[in-house]
Design a protein around this ligand. Structure first.
Ligand SMILES: NC(=O)c1ccc[n+]([C@@H]2O[C@H](COP(=O)([O-])OP(=O)(O)OC[C@H]3O[C@@H](n4cnc5c(N)ncnc54)[C@H](O)[C@@H]3O)[C@@H](O)[C@H]2O)c1
Length: 317
């Protein structure tokens, strides 16, 4: 298949592009490098530097069997300050991309959505039938794309999968997690373990959780990549899919920090500071639908494996 991968210079996009290439697909990788790194783009992909919302550029690339759309601004905190940037980049660009792709005859679209669409839920785990109530413009931007996709699917001109990731983590030496700026707990904790930062800050230790710190569900980026490849195939039989991608297990921030210490063998200081606005106490996926619809199994998403892989990858950057 000929597959367009947007955001392919980023963490999850580059890992997925690599997997698609390894399965013999022809990959065109587009990224404007706003936060991605050119060295992430796998050898073997045809790289196009540009905005995925550039209608003429996307039209000039010809037709594709499928598009996997990772390109987005990803920081919820930043979206609270500059919502317009998120609606312009994550929503408007996505629909210009879709307009160009549909005119070029692309039939299948796999979209990087997020558990941020669920907002602050009390009951864990969260399944896909839960109410959608994003608490940030970032989460809202994902919701808006999901809803637009639903309308497009109803016309019969597109088949679409919205993949609601929980916390992507892990990494490979070829594609380490190295966001600009880094906002995720595991790579920041690895920076501290490595002496690149002085201490680890954990936001809030007074949440209604067993140890008072937030609980999150970590999913290995290699498991995410597998799910995307499976989703492209599943869209042959399903016009629309909405799937949680998480391990189904929650770990508190404190447990993650302690696991980083154990796996790296490095001791470091943890400082507990105030809660960050908008952070839900817990976010844990029910992943039964993805298991059933895709035959997917998150095989590398044990926390120790995630951190060991991330540590190996981290030492290469
Ligand atoms: N990392 C996570 O834990 C997580 C969780 C839920 C959802 N997601 C979603 O997964 C996707 C990928 O996340 P990531 O962690 O790999 O982020 P990333 O920042 O590493 O990758 C995003 C890439 O998109 C590119 N990009 C952004 N806007 C673009 C545009 N208009 N045109 C072309 N390229 C553009 C960036 O340069 C970057 O390379 C995003 O859509 C994100 O919202 C990520």
């Amino acid at each position: 298949m000929r597959v367009l991968v947007t955001g392919a210079a980023g963490f999850i996009g580059s890992t997925t592009a690599e997997l698609l290439l390894s399965k013999g697909h022809d990959v065109v990788a587009i990224d404007n490098l706003v936060s991605g790194r050119i060295e992430n783009v796998p050898t073997g992909a045809t790289f196009v530097e540009g905005d995925c919302g550039d209608f003429e550029l996307v039209r000039s690339l010809g037709s594709f069997d499928a598009c996997v759309h990772f390109a987005a601004r990803i920081e919820p905190g930043e979206s609270m300050k500059y919502p317009e940037v998120f609606f312009s980049n994550n929503v408007a660009s996505t629909f210009r991309l879709l307009d160009a792709l549909i005119k070029s005859g692309v039939g299948r679209f796999v979209f990087s959505s997020s558990c941020a669409v669920y907002g602050n839920q009390v009951e864990m785990p969260i399944d896909e039938s839960r109410s959608i109530q994003p608490h940030s413009p970032y989460g809202q931007s994902k919701r808006m794309v999901e809803e637009g996709l639903n309308w497009l699917v109803s016309t019969g001109r597109l088949r679409a999968a919205s993949m609601r990731y929980f916390n992507a983590a892990g990494g490979t030496v070829a594609h380490p997690e190295n966001h600009r700026p880094e906002i995720h707990l595991i790579p920041i904790a690895l920076d501290v373990a490595d002496g690149r930062r002085d201490y680890l800050e954990i936001y809030g230790d007074d949440y209604p959780t067993p140890d008072g710190t937030c609980i999150r569900d970590y999913i290995h980026v290699c498991d995410l990549a597998e799910a995307h490849v499976l989703a492209i195939t599943a869209l042959e039989d399903h016009a629309e899919l909405i799937l949680n991608l998480g391990s189904g297990v929650g770990y508190s921030n404190r447990e993650v920090a302690e696991t980083v210490k154990r796996v790296t063998g490095r001791e470091f200081e943890i400082r507990y500071t105030g809660r960050r606005p908008g952070d839900p106490a817990a976010a844990v996926a029910s992943n039964g639908r993805a298991r059933e619809m895709l035959g997917w199994r998150p095989e590398r998403s044990d926390l120790e494996v995630i951190i060991a892989d991330a540590w190996t990858a981290h030492q290469s950057i």
